[in-house]
Design a binder for this molecule. Structure first.
Ligand SMILES: Cc1cc2nc3c(=O)[nH]c(=O)nc-3n(C[C@H](O)[C@H](O)[C@H](O)COP(=O)(O)O)c2cc1C
Length: 163
């Protein structure tokens, strides 16, 4: 059984990167965790075959853009193609805004975007753990329904419990 079928649900973030020439790419990731409150750090596990991984090797910066239920279709498309072969930004309805402190842009539809500088990349099994320091954040909305991933093409939504 895959670990993603055992540890779930996990929020989906859209990871935006650029290559050395500035060409942008976006991929969904749900192997994501907060690491530190202050300064803020966020970690994401990226498989080495992803184009995103090559980009991170070339330019150690990314934006982590939280997703909402309304972004499910865009997430599915971005997770089905590699930026090595296609320009995903021209395939999906996602708009970009320039970031303040890193080269990869932010996704406008995202309620929260973290601009991150990579401080650590290390191989653990079949994924690299990539730890980014949050150098800027954009909180556009605090009320939203996060898109949650189970495994494969299974997604979930969150319901708050009574305190
Ligand atoms: C909801 C979802 C979550 C995913 N989570 C991860 C992840 O955490 N790490 C990873 O390496 N790939 C993950 N993937 C797979 C990549 O997004 C997928 O292989 C994508 O096409 C890679 O794009 P790239 O080659 O342009 O980087 C996920 C896919 C989906 C649909």
């Amino acid at each position: 059984m895959r670990i993603s079928q055992q540890i779930f649900p996990r929020p989906v973030v859209l990871v935006v990167t650029v290559d050395g020439r500035g060409k942008e790419n976006v991929m969904p990731a749900s192997f994501v965790m907060p690491v530190s409150f202050s300064p803020k750090y966020v970690a994401v596990a990226i498989a080495p075959e992803r184009h995103t991984f090559s980009n991170l090797r070339e330019v150690g910066e990314f934006t982590a853009n939280l997703t909402t239920l309304e972004m499910l279709e865009q997430v599915k498309i971005c997770g089905s193609y590699s930026g090595r072969n296609v320009n995903k930004f021209s395939m999906v309805r996602l708009s970009k805004a320039p970031s303040k402190k890193v080269r990869p842009p932010s996704i406008t539809e995202s309620p929260v975007t973290f601009e991150c500088v990579v401080e650590y990349m290390g191989l653990f099994g079949d994924h690299y753990l990539v730890v980014g320091k949050v150098v800027e954040e954009h909180v556009k909305r605090t009320e939203f329904s996060p898109l949650l991933h189970q495994s494969g093409d299974r997604y979930m939504e969150a319901h708050a419990l009574k305190p």
